[in-house]
Design a protein around this ligand. Structure first.
Ligand SMILES: Cc1cc2nc3c(=O)[nH]c(=O)nc-3n(C[C@H](O)[C@H](O)[C@H](O)COP(=O)(O)OP(=O)(O)OC[C@H]3O[C@@H](n4cnc5c(N)ncnc54)[C@H](O)[C@@H]3O)c2cc1C
Length: 427
C-alpha cells in the first residue's frame, strides 16, 4: 500500500488551494492529489471569472468579511488576477437603490474558458515543481477512517490527513462519505432560477461591469454573467433514483480570442430555504428538474420573453426571424412554456426581479430575450463541521462548493487554504 502524508481528492480550486498551502507550510510533506477526470482543475475550466469581494462566493454561515478579506489576499498571491476596470457603476447603483435593489461592486478578473486552461497549466507546472503527485483518472471510492486509508479505482492509499473536495458534481459522493463517517448534516437550501440570454446592446451594463451582481428583495440575485463570446450550455445530472436530467449554465471565451458573438447571458436565481416538514433540497431540485424534462421531452425549456408576457408557449418557428431577432446559443433546448414548470411562488419573485432589472438596465426584457430553465444550484447537504477548518472526522476535512464552504472559484480556493491550515496540525 502506498502511504502519503496528505491526500487531496479533487483537483478543483479547493483542492489546489489546499495543495499550495500545504507545500508552503510543510515543504517536506508527501502529497498526492487525485481526480477522477482525465484532466485537472475542475470548474476552473469553465469561463474562469474570479470574484475578489466578500460576500460573493462566501456562504455567510462559514465566513465573515474579515476572514474572507484575509484569505482572498492569499488567493490573489496564487491566481495573480488582472482586476477589470469598471465604469458608470454609480448610475446603475442609484437606480437600483430606488427600487430596493443592491448592486454589489465586486473586484473581478475574467480569463474565459480558454484563458482558464492556460492558468491551469501554469498551476500544474508549479505543483509539479513542488513535488505534488497529481494522479488523473483515479476516483476515490471508499474510506476506512479507522486505518486512515482510502480505496480508489486503482489502489489502496494510506494518509495521515485527507481532504475531500469533489465539487458540486460530487454531491452524492460526499453524501456517502458523510454516511460512512457518521457526519450530521442539514439539507434544506436550493437556488432555483432561469438563465437569461439577449443581445449585448440590450444589457449594456456588461460593457461597464463584466459580471454585475444585483441583489433583489426576497433572496433573488443575478449570477454568473457572461458576455463577449458568450454561450449557454447544458449540464447532465443523474437523480438519486438514476434518472437523467439537464440543467443550463453559461460561459464565455476570453477577449483575447478577438471573437464576439454579440450575446450576453446570466442567471437570475432565487434561494429557497425549506422548513418544517423539512424536505430535502436535493430531492426538491431533482423533482423540479424532472418536471422540466417531462415538459421539454428530456431537454431544458426555452421561452421568448415576448411569448411569456402573452402567456403563450414559444414554438420552434419563434426562434429564427423578425422581432425574435437572434437564435439561441443553446439550440438543443425545447421551445415551450417555463411557467408550466416553475412553481408559481418562485416564478413570481423572479419575474418581479427581472422587471426591476429592466428598469435599472432598460431593454433587457426585450421580447426576443430568451429565458432558459432549469438553472438550479444544489448546495451540499451541509455537514456539521467539528472545527473552523472544515474538519468532519479525525484527520478528514471537506472543502469547496460540494461541501457548502464556497460558491465559486475564489471561495473554493480560500476554503482549501483554510482546510490546509487545519490539516497541517496532523503532520
Ligand atoms: C459552466 C460553469 C461555469 C462556471 N463559471 C464560473 C465562473 O466564471 N466563476 C466562478 O467563480 N465559478 C464558476 N463556476 C463554478 C466553479 O466552477 C466552482 O465554484 C468551483 O470550481 C468549485 O470548486 P471545487 O474545488 O469545490 O470543485 P470543482 O472545481 O468541481 O472540482 C472538484 C473536482 O473533484 C473531482 N472529483 C469529484 N469526485 C471525485 C472522486 N470521487 N474522486 C476523485 N475526484 C473526484 C472532479 O472531477 C473535479 O475535478 C462555473 C461552473 C460551471 C459548471
Amino acid at each position: 500500500m502506498e502511504q502519503y502524508d496528505v491526500v487531496i481528492v479533487g483537483s478543483g480550486p479547493a483542492g489546489m488551494g489546499a495543495a499550495f498551502e500545504i507545500t508552503q507550510k510543510r515543504p517536506d510533506a508527501k502529497i498526492l492529489m487525485i481526480d477522477k477526470q482525465r484532466f485537472s482543475t475542475g470548474g476552473m475550466r469553465n469561463d474562469c471569472k474570479m470574484n475578489f469581494t466578500f460576500p460573493i462566493g462566501f456562504p455567510l454561515e462559514y465566513w465573515d468579511q474579515e476572514q474572507a478579506v484575509y484569505y482572498l489576499d492569499k488567493v490573489s498571491e496564487y491566481l495573480n488576477p488582472d482586476i477589470m476596470e469598471k465604469s458608470n457603476v454609480n448610475i446603475y447603483a442609484d437606480r437600483a437603490k430606488r427600487l430596493g435593489v443592491r448592486l454589489v461592486e465586486v473586484k473581478q478578473a475574467h480569463l474565459g474558458t480558454d484563458g482558464g486552461l492556460k492558468l491551469i497549466r501554469r498551476l500544474q507546472e508549479d505543483l509539479a515543481r513542488r513535488d505534488v503527485e497529481l494522479s488523473l483518472h483515479e476516483e476515490m471510492l471508499t474510506i476506512d477512517a479507522e486505518h486512515r486509508t482510502i480505496d480508489t479505482s486503482i489502489r489502496t492509499v494510506g494518509y495521515r490527513t485527507l481532504l475531500i473536495a469533489p465539487g458540486r458534481q460530487g454531491f452524492r459522493f460526499l453524501q456517502e462519505m458523510m454516511d460512512t463517517l457518521k457526519v450530521q448534516y442539514v439539507d434544506n437550501i436550493v437556488d432555483v432560477g432561469v438563465r437569461v440570454e439577449t443581445r449585448i446592446e440590450r444589457y449594456p451594463i456588461v460593457r461597464d461591469y463584466y459580471d454585475p451582481k444585483f441583489m433583489f428583495p426576497e433572496k433573488v440575485r443575478t449570477f454568473c454573467t457572461n458576455s463577449g463570446d458568450a454561450h449557454v450550455v447544458q449540464e447532465k445530472s443523474i437523480t438519486s433514483y438514476g434518472e437523467t436530467y439537464y440543467s443550463v449554465n453559461g460561459h464565455a471565451y476570453s477577449a483575447e480570442k478577438g471573437r464576439e458573438n454579440g450575446m450576453v447571458n446570466f442567471a437570475i436565481l432565487k434561494t429557497v430555504g425549506l422548513t418544517e416538514p423539512l424536505a430535502s433540497g436535493q430531492l426538491f431540485a431533482e423533482h423540479l428538474s424532472l418536471q422540466a424534462m417531462l415538459l421539454g421531452g428530456g431537454r431544458p425549456l426555452m421561452q421568448r420573453v415576448g411569448d411569456f408576457r402573452l402567456g403563450k408557449r414559444s414554438k420552434a418557428g419563434d426562434f429564427n426571424h423578425d422581432l425574435y431577432d437572434f437564435p439561441p446559443t443553446l439550440r438543443t433546448c425545447c421551445p415551450g412554456d417555463i411557467s408550466l414548470a416553475i412553481p408559481a411562488r418562485i416564478l413570481r419573485t423572479i419575474w418581479k426581479s427581472m422587471k426591476h432589472l429592466d428598469t435599472i438596465v432598460p431593454g433587457v426584457l426585450h421580447p426576443s430575450t430568451i429565458m432558459y430553465y432549469p438553472e438550479i444550484k444544489l448546495y451540499a447537504n451541509k455537514p456539521c463541521y467539528a472545527d473552523s477548518h472544515f474538519r468532519v472526522a479525525d484527520s478528514v476535512f471537506f472543502a469547496g462548493d460540494g461541501a457548502g464552504t464556497s460558491r465559486g472559484i475564489t471561495g473554493a480556493w480560500a476554503s482549501g487554504i483554510r482546510a490546509a491550515e487545519g490539516m497541517a496540525a496532523f503532520l
